[in-house]
Design a protein around this ligand. Structure first.
Ligand SMILES: [Zn+2]
Length: 307
């Protein structure tokens, strides 16, 4: 498993050649050979929608092995659970995220699902606010931490399973959140289509992913083995539309609120070919060793100062 951490060598996976996981185009070209750990990782850019994705694409099983290894390093070396500071930060974030979505609920108490709930802080926050809150999380370690957060009041449930295996009946939820989840999924449109089925007519979906556009260091620094897909605004909207969603509001270019059914209330014009051109131009600018090191020095300083 050390192979995950040695720079300049590839990850221990075989994967399979993939067409674009959003628009299904077979036209793509190489954009990067390395990731942010300076490990070999082949990322391509779709010529038709500008999506970036790992190719060969790891299989679900290979990703599961990776997460298990990550989990050990991230948690077992830190006394088996997330640090207090991490939990406090996530709790504050959950309060803010609830506040962002509350205006769309108009005071109603809803059934909500946090798809990929991690350690469960947002599920807990919705339960505390009186909603019926469910978290879906494939990682057993994270799911256990989430269960441990169960509030004494409110309806709170954590389902520890991969999304493909859960059988929520149609129209089970009025609200689904997918926050920094979709970039981890090799089949994002299928996952969005499942969410579409699980939502009630008029139900809401809040999706947020890292934005690949306009990033300071545009080279390999943006790539990460766990992030098999790199979205930008237009191809994220396209993915959601393919699954049947309409755009309701833009919180940021890649933090979007969608609805099931109904006309789009904000005029979302997307330009997929233009996105492909812009992304290619942004990522063709090579990253220098000095910029890379400076970037990490700043990150490290910020992290130390925030302790
Ligand atoms: Zn595409």
């Amino acid at each position: 498993m050390l192979q995950y951490y040695i720079p300049l060598v590839g990850y221990p996976y075989a994967g399979h050649p993939s067409d674009c996981p959003v628009c299904s185009s077979s036209h793509h070209s190489a954009i990067s050979r390395f990731d942010r750990r300076l490990k070999q990782l082949s990322t391509v850019l779709c010529d038709d929608c500008g999506l970036m994705f790992t190719n060969p694409m790891p299989t679900e099983l290979e990703l599961a092995v990776y997460y298990r290894t990550q989990y050990r390093l991230d948690y077992q070396f830190s006394l088996g659970k997330p640090g207090q500071r991490h939990v406090r930060k996530k709790m504050r974030e959950a309060v803010q995220r609830h506040a962002v979505l509350a205006p769309y609920l108009g005071g109603r108490k809803v059934r909500m699902l946090d798809f990929g709930c991690g350690s469960g802080e947002l599920v807990r926050q919705f339960a505390l606010e009186g909603h019926s809150a469910t978290g879906l999380e494939p990682g057993s370690g994270y799911a256990q931490h989430a269960v441990d957060l169960a509030p004494t009041a409110g309806t709170f449930r954590i389902d520890n399973a991969p999304w493909q295996t859960v059988a929520y009946p149609a129209a089970s939820f009025e609200l689904v959140t997918m926050l920094h989840v979709l970039e981890h999924l090799p089949q994002p449109v299928a996952a969005l289509a499942a969410v579409h089925r699980w939502l009630t007519p008029g139900g809401l979906l809040h999706v947020e992913v890292p934005n690949m556009q306009g990033y300071d260091l545009k080279g390999f620094e943006r790539f990460h083995f766990a992030h098999v897909i790199g979205f930008s605004r237009d191809n994220l909207i396209h993915a959601a539309r393919l699954a049947g969603f309409s755009l309701l509001a833009e919180k940021s270019p890649t933090s979007l609120v969608f609805t099931k059914l109904g006309g789009e209330s904000c005029a979302a014009i997307i330009d997929l070919k233009g996105t492909a051109r812009r992304n290619r131009a942004e990522y063709s600018e090579p990253i220098t060793a000095l910029r890379y090191l400076m970037h990490h020095a700043r990150r490290l300083t910020r992290r130390l100062l925030s302790r």
